[in-house]
Ligand binder design. Structure first.
Ligand code: PBG
Length: 324
C-alpha cells in the first residue's frame, strides 16, 4: 500500500494516537543502577567525569538506597573500592570486604531489592588488571579459581546475582560450579558476555580506581570490530550457565544487542557505560543538548535494539521521569 491510500502521518497526529502505536516501551523494572562503595564514614566523593555519580561509604550508600527503593528501581549492581590492593586482589573475596559488607547492610534493610555484584579483580589488584599475572600476562586458568571465590563470597554475603566482568574464558562455568557446590544453586549469573575493549570505560576507571598500571585490556576484552565473535562468546556463557547475558558498551554496539537477542532469545542486558553517560552530561552542561530527551532517546534505542534490561547511571533520573 502506498500514498495516498497509506498516510503514516495519520497515526502521528496526536499524542494519544502516537502512544497507541508506540512499539518500544521503557519501564522502571528494566533498570539496574550501578553504585560504587568504599570504606570509611560519611564519604560521598563526586566523580569529576560523571556528574551525580559518587563513591559512597556504606552509611551514605544507605541514604542513596532509600531513594533507589522509593523510585521502585528493582536492582543495583555494586562495585567496590577496597582498603588495600595486592597482586592477587585478595580483598575481593574477603568475607569482610567492602562489597560483602555493603551487601549485608543493604539486604538487611531492603531484602526485596535485587543486589547484583560485579565480579572482577581490576579494582582489587595493585596492577589494575582483571586477573592475576604470570610474567606480565593475565593467567586465565589461575584467575578462574579466584573469581569463583569472589562470587562465592558475594553469595555468602547475600547477593542475589553475580556479574563476572573479567572476560576470562570459562569463568561462568567455574563460578556456576562453585556456587552449586556450596548450596547457592539459586543465585543467578549475569554474564558480561560480549564485553568489548572500549575507550568508553574511561570515566568508570576514575570512579572505580581500576585503570591498568601498565598495558591495556586488549588480550582479554573483545576487539571492537568483531561481531561473530560476540555471538560465540554469548553462546559459551549460555552453555556454561549464564542466566542473563550482557553486551557492553551499549550505544556503539546496538547491532550486537540486536543479533544476540535474535540468535539466542535469552534475557539480554546492555550496559550504558560511563563514557556514554559522560558525553550526554557534558553536552547538556554546555546547553548543547536537552539532557532528559537525549537520555530517554538513548535508553529507548537500547531497548529497541533488543535489550531487556539496561544498566545505567541514568536509572534514577529515568525512573523519576517515568514515574511522573
Ligand atoms: C570491571 C568493569 C569495568 C566496567 C564495568 N566493570 C571497567 C573495565 O573493564 O575496564 C565499565 C563500566 C563503565 O564504564 O561504566 N572490569
Amino acid at each position: 500500500m502506498h500514498y495516498p491510500v497509506y498516510r503514516p502521518r495519520r497515526l502521528r497526529r496526536t499524542e494519544n494516537l502516537r502512544r497507541m502505536i508506540r512499539e518500544t516501551t521503557l519501564d522502571i523494572s528494566q533498570l539496574i543502577y550501578p553504585l560504587f562503595v568504599m570504606p570509611g564514614e560519611e564519604v560521598k566523593n563526586p566523580i569529576k567525569s560523571m556528574p551525580q555519580v559518587f563513591q559512597f561509604s556504606i552509611d551514605l550508600l544507605m541514604e542513596e538506597m532509600k531513594e533507589v527503593v522509593a523510585l521502585n528501581i528493582p536492582a543495583v549492581i555494586l562495585f567496590g573500592l577496597p582498603q588495600e590492593k595486592d597482586e592477587r586482589g585478595s580483598e575481593a573475596y574477603s568475607q569482610n570486604g567492602i562489597v560483602q559488607e555493603a551487601i549485608r547492610t543493604i539486604k538487611d534493610k531492603y531484602p526485596e531489592l535485587v543486589v547484583i555484584t560485579d565480579v572482577c579483580l581490576c579494582e582489587y589488584t595493585s596492577h589494575g588488571h582483571c586477573g592475576i599475572l604470570k610474567e606480565q600476562q593475565v593467567d586465565n586458568d589461575a584467575t578462574l579459581d579466584i573469581l569463583a571465590k569472589v562470587a562465592l563470597s558475594h553469595a555468602r554475603a547475600g547477593a542475589d546475582m553475580v556479574a563476572p566482568s573479567d572476560m576470562m574464558d570459562g569463568r561462568v562455568g567455574a563460578i556456576r560450579q562453585s556456587l552449586d557446590e556450596s548450596g547457592f544453586e539459586h543465585i543467578g549469573i549475569l554474564a558480561y558476555a560480549a564485553k568489548y575493549c572500549s575507550a568508553f570505560y574511561g570515566p568508570f576507571r576514575e570512579a572505580a580506581d581500576s585503570a591498568p598500571q601498565f598495558g591495556d585490556r586488549r588480550s582479554y576484552q573483545m576487539d571492537m570490530a568483531n561481531a561473530s565473535e560476540a555471538l560465540r562468546e554469548v553462546g559459551l556463557d549460555i552453555d556454561e550457565g549464564a542466566d542473563i547475558v550482557m553486551v557492553k558498551p551499549a550505544l556503539a554496539y546496538l547491532d550486537i544487542i540486536r543479533r544476540v537477542k535474535e540468535q539466542y532469545d535469552w534475557p539480554v542486558a546492555a550496559y550504558n557505560v560511563s563514557g556514554e553517560y559522560a558525553m550526554i552530561k557534558a553536552a547538556a552542561a554546555q546547553g548543547w543538548l536537552d539532557e532528559k530527551r537525549v537520555m530517554m532517546e538513548t535508553l529507548i534505542a537500547i531497548r529497541r535494539a533488543g535489550a531487556d534490561l539496561i544498566l545505567t547511571y541514568f536509572a534514577k533520573d529515568a525512573a523519576r521521569l517515568l514515574q511522573s
